[in-house]
Design a protein around this ligand. Sequence first.
Ligand code: ATP
Ligand code: MG
Length: 378
Amino acid sequence: MTAGPVTPSVGILGGGQLGRMLALSAHSLGVRTACLDPDPAASCGQVTRQVVGGYDDLTAAQRLAELVDRVTFEFESVPAATAAALARERPVFPPVAALAITQDRFREKRLCESLGIPVAAYAVVDRPEDLAGAIERVGLPARLKARRLGYDGRGQARVLEPAEADAAWLAAGGGPALLEREIAFSRELSVLAVRDPAGAIACYPPVENRHEAGLLRLSLAPAPGLGAGLRAEAEALAARLLVALDHVGVLAVECFEVDGRLLVNELAPRVHNSGHWTIEASETSQFENHLRAGLGWPLGGTAMRGAAAMVNCIGQAVDPAAVLGLPGCHLHWYGKAIRPGRKLGHVTVVASSEPELWSRIRAVAALVAVPVEVLSPR
Ligand code: ATP
Ligand code: MG
């Protein structure tokens, strides 16, 4: 009798819905998972083994490492020191250096600039006294953003007048920040791409993202009306970033479309909310491709089937039967306690044409309270 192949296993730093969807995807490949999260009721911990502990608790991180043979992360605010400590025990993907750069808005912007990738005008603001000079250099309106730990629009404040500087400093958390020129974009796009350890790259079609109150509400895939030129530009800049970061796994690049060109807003070195539709509408989901990359397995195709959308369910329960009764709709519910402004689930909508997609999106939107502005034509 010969021994069978060893079952691979992946530890996930973070136990939110991204980790949960990674774990579910891993299960279908026969890959074991475990996660680390301080919340005993973590979304991911409901579907896989969980070590309950803080992200800076190296003993807890060590316990995770003992359960698995490699480690990834599902959000970029995991302390780089924890990832670095784990990297001494187990391979970590994406690389710790990619995590360290992308968790700091300044380092992220400098990386883009070094590659000739356009970003909004910005200035570093380390102390409140730096703000007046930063406003001079960047111009108004602007956004003050905490350098670290921001998500869903938290840790940032708009500055419309110089007199608002002090209030903005406090609203952005009162710590090291960047002042960034506010961009009058025509729309927001994101591009998700994945790289394997041998350097092979696969890219998903860029998507259009619509936010409300700083939260992603709707992603349209592919981004409607996206010309071949812009698509090629998105893919090329994602590929340049992947190579520069020596990335392994999925990288999400959030962009603004301005006058038919792309400006990079921020990077996420992980699977991303704007790629959830890939579960139903792509040949291979972002979650599976992230795992394939980390395990050194061949990447799967990223071609789409038809048109798709992702509608986030935020802050309130939805009736599963009502959503599932709609044509082309697939519900994902994360098992999180209901709180205002919290991402609780999403619906993927699939259709064979854009008009059909929009009629289906409107039907879902009515059930999950998406504001009409989000649905208006752009
Ligand atoms: P998320 O976690 O949702 O990606 P975040 O907290 O990391 O968000 P950003 O992505 O930088 O922060 O900003 C959130 C949203 O605020 C953007 O998607 C965009 O709608 C708006 N925004 C951010 N920066 C700018 C800017 N410079 N000009 C105009 N709008 C901006
Ligand atoms: Mg963002």
